[in-house]
Design a binder for this molecule. Sequence first.
Ligand code: C2E
Ligand code: CA
Ligand code: CA
Ligand code: CA
Length: 273
Amino acid sequence: AKRSGRGRSVVYASSLGAASRRMHTVEQALREGLAQGQFELHFQPKVDARSLQALGVEALMRWEHPVLGSISPGEFIPAAERCGLIHELGVLALQQACQAARELRELNVAVNVSPLQLMDPGFVSSVERILRGAGVAPRLLHLEVTESLMLEDAPAALKRLHALRELGVQVALDDFGTGFSSLAYLRAFPFHTLKIDRSFVRSLTEHADARAIVNTIVKMARVLGMRTVAEGVESERELAVVRAIQCDEVQGYLVARPMPLTKLRDWLAGRPV
Ligand code: C2E
Ligand code: CA
Ligand code: CA
Ligand code: CA
């Protein structure tokens, strides 16, 4: 028993070592990747739930490293947050998104924003500068934030969100339904849009109680003047339920996967208007 116990701890130690080596490798590579232009936004359409007409896109960062291959945002975003490069990566995302917005005309472009970016006192003016530089109407830029933001410093976060609203930028609450005090946040800040997390969407077709909860959320959002987006819709069945509860917009593999701007152009050209 002792021997197997020791064996296990050796395994733990070496896999921990591998994980922290990987973390170190990724953090090192981030700096160079930023300098060498290895990051590129992809875009996933958001469409009207009824007509399926395209209303906007969500910008999602992609990283293709020449040696390490493609690294997922689930890995490099936390790494960038740990080593302080999230601000630089965030500016890059805003710049690329605004460039795309110029040619997408009336389609809005939603950019994910890390809580650390919102905590930066210079964030709002940098958004303003980037919008002005690209000549993009502020209402076309949507910023997606998560509830975790409020856990850091709620008053500072609210101040920043209000300043962004003043600027004319739209703010969406992302991953709704995965946090704890969602309802309190909705009362504290009037988001323009509520994005219902795909784990919630998945459970819609399976559990009547989940449907009742999401149904209530959508109604409540409407009362508060917010639009609702169902994320991660993968099947016709899910789309049917999302329509039944009168969600405004859908996004997910059923409609389209995230794609580079060149592909998006073709995708949009092939759609009925
Ligand atoms: P998110 O903001 O919740 O983005 C939605 C994620 O769901 C994306 O993963 C997207 O590719 C994926 N997705 C979309 N439709 C479906 C579907 O039908 N089924 C399934 N299974 N997945 C779907 P992705 O691109 O890997 O991004 C993961 C997370 O990384 C994002 O979650 C976001 O939190 C973060 N992220 C991505 N780009 C950026 C960025 O530029 N800045 C920041 N701060 N975070 C980013
Ligand atoms: Ca998002
Ligand atoms: Ca989300
Ligand atoms: Ca997420």
